[in-house]
Design a protein around this ligand. Sequence first.
Ligand SMILES: NC(=O)c1ccc[n+]([C@@H]2O[C@H](COP(=O)([O-])OP(=O)(O)OC[C@H]3O[C@@H](n4cnc5c(N)ncnc54)[C@H](O)[C@@H]3O)[C@@H](O)[C@H]2O)c1
Length: 440
Amino acid sequence: MEVTVIGTGYVGLVVGSCLAEGGNHVTCADIDEAKIARLNSGEVPIYEPGLDRLISHNLSAGRLRFTTDATEGIRGSDAIFIAVGTPPGEDGSANLGFVREAARTIGDHIKQGAVVIMKSTVPVGTSEIVRAEIEGRTDTTFYMCSNPEFLKEGDAVGDFMYPDRVVCGVDDAPARERMEELYEPFVRSGNPLIFMDIASAEMTKYAANAMLATRISFMNQIAELCERTGADIELVRRGIGSDKRIGPSFLYAGTGYGGSCFPKDVQALIQTGDEHGVDLAVLRSVHEANDRQKTVLVRKIRSRFGDDLSGLRFALWGLAFKPETDDMRAAPSLAIIEELLEAGASVTAHDPVAMEVARDYYTKDAIAYGDDEYETLDRADALVLVTEWLQYRRPDWASVSQRMKQKVLFDGRNMFDPERMSALGFEYYSIGRAPAESEG
Ligand SMILES: NC(=O)c1ccc[n+]([C@@H]2O[C@H](COP(=O)([O-])OP(=O)(O)OC[C@H]3O[C@@H](n4cnc5c(N)ncnc54)[C@H](O)[C@@H]3O)[C@@H](O)[C@H]2O)c1
């Protein structure tokens, strides 16, 4: 099938490459000229495991191309995906400016019988806005589909190729048939293509993210209570996660959720509730608890070192909002670094892939970077572990101890065993577990 994907970010690039791998001819279009130039010179602008191989394979097979001009792709396409950003506006509602612009471009060039597929996460009713925008520019018959994306950054290729389910909101047979044809290669293992009406598909995406965010904020609040009562959140997590009705996923206490989806989608859903007179009080609490959680480590640091952190040096491991991605949008590391710097501390950070991205967030010299994680530790008063990258899990503790000025560790992901850390002579602070007495 001839396919165009408008928006070549974390979602569009994965969707386009995977659909090309599935045998389609895919045009990936983006208004960001620098991004398209990098892609055309063989560079992948984001870090996503497995994506580079997929892109180079399909480029050389002639099934994938990148352009800043969507029009040619749209004119020949049977399926046109909208995968542009829907960032939060000032009031938290989704900004649909990019979506509307994409719709106008589609309306000017769409061919008879094409399906327009909404991949971006958009509030209920947006696909109808897009439909109206296109109808205002053409008399051609076309079909709408809401097909929200559930991929996880860091595992996005696997999630698209082997989805748990694919949700398709359609209201006519041609759209349904086209979606069945497109996804047939990816649902062969029996995982379902779930068809529903368009509004329900749009809502499903928000409800899924809001539910996952709720689990995280819930566990973070229980973790705080564990600290006060002498309980251990890791044992509680195992205790409740083995209940089939609850399940083990998304039960990890930590430094709060970040990334480009959960924070903005929770806020957008609250806003949709407000617009329709429904007070989503649960989600307001989820959002507030998360905002507070992002600086939980800073509160622990302040209670250990005092409010004035000037003259103190902190090593920070992990900048990305989670492992296996370079995405720092709404990452807890940003909130932590901001507060440390404000309190007068200096920060030396490391991340296996996000340091290039971090340089866009900070002015030169605002923070320092280590070539490897050990280099951040020289003369550090404390190590702050923010992202649970695999390579941080089994450090060479002798080398860590030798390099640090003070053996103090704030672990935002509960990666280490308090008793072991204590035996190694570390003052160890984690989330939802009482600090063990240092033996060193
Ligand atoms: N990142 C995720 O993990 C994820 C997962 C599921 C759903 N989503 C949703 O998918 C959407 C895209 O997210 P993303 O993370 O890929 O965003 P992104 O910011 O990485 O990419 C969006 C791209 O769209 C481009 N763009 C904007 N307007 C355009 C236009 N008129 N024509 C062509 N290109 C245009 C931008 O230049 C940018 O490259 C959002 O609605 C997001 O909520 C994201």
